[in-house]
Ligand binder design. Sequence first.
Ligand code: 2U9
Length: 335
Amino acid sequence: MDADIQEIRGRATAEIDQVSSPEGLDRFRVTFLARKGLVAQLFESLKTVPPAEKPRVGKALNELREYVQGLHDRRAADLTASGAGRHAPDLTLPGRTRFAGSRHPLTRVLDEIKEIFVSMGFAIADGPEIEDDYHNFGALNFPPDHPARDMQDTFFLDANALLRTHTSPVQIRVMEVMQPPIRHIMPGKVYRNEAINARSYCMFHQVEGLCVDRGVTFSDLKGTLIAFIKEFYGPSLKYRFRPTFFPFTEPSADIYITCFMCGGRGCRICKQSGWLEILGCGMVDPAVFRSVGYDAERYTGYAFGMGIERIALLRYGIDDIRLFFQNDVRFLSQF
Ligand code: 2U9
């Protein structure tokens, strides 16, 4: 019996070296390790061993089985690692095109705007999209009967929880925890209860900005925003400021640039006016400073806001705002 064990051990050791394919490995397994293989046959002969010898021979047989199984398993691992037995690659096949991802057009516009303001010393702030009435309206000097507070314009979650309609509440929260000087922009999603069509959507993105310190003037506002416009739209573009009204700024202005579709002659895009509105801005209303406990005699500030979808629509000549939110690869892969 001991001689048989030695012989099979020797054969297995020699034969495993000849195995170079999965088929060969399977033949080795059938010969040595299968239910009727050589190792199993030796176990069968254990019955004929005298009882006093059985423990020692049984142990030797177990060691043999483990040894042969080890030879088999190591060979299997070697074959997988070397790739033997897999089909060789066909080097004549044409290459596969790899898809490179691209940034969403809104992300591109947002990143560019952020970079310009950060380079001018603004920090980036963010805050919750679910807001309370006070931070979204009250602190921003919206009168109680302002139409924006209507269910038709604002998504209310309950009596005092709503989806923010602008990112201005983030600035209120910044001022609640910081003293001037403040120079922050806040990019983010905002929500309006509007009918969905090619021009408007129930959610869009804004970037707003706020600068508060002693002695901040309308000239600072103009200098900063004109520098932004020249950087973002190009240095030779014409622009104009026109007075407007916002509850949270006084005085307030909208900024327009020459329509880059028609060069100012008038077209469908600029509704024949030759001008495109790109930004709203103004000096922060003292009532807003009083809400956050700032001394309105001591501090002044300017604020501004812009809608990102509108800028991206104009920049890339897109005619339907819904394309931004459908995640259609045929649209996105163009950027
Ligand atoms: C505080 C005080 C004042 C932010 C401002 C605008 C003007 C503005 C619109 C642009 C297009 C919204 O996306 S849009 O529909 N925004 O014109 N936003 S001033 O003023 C603030 C902000 C925070 C505490």
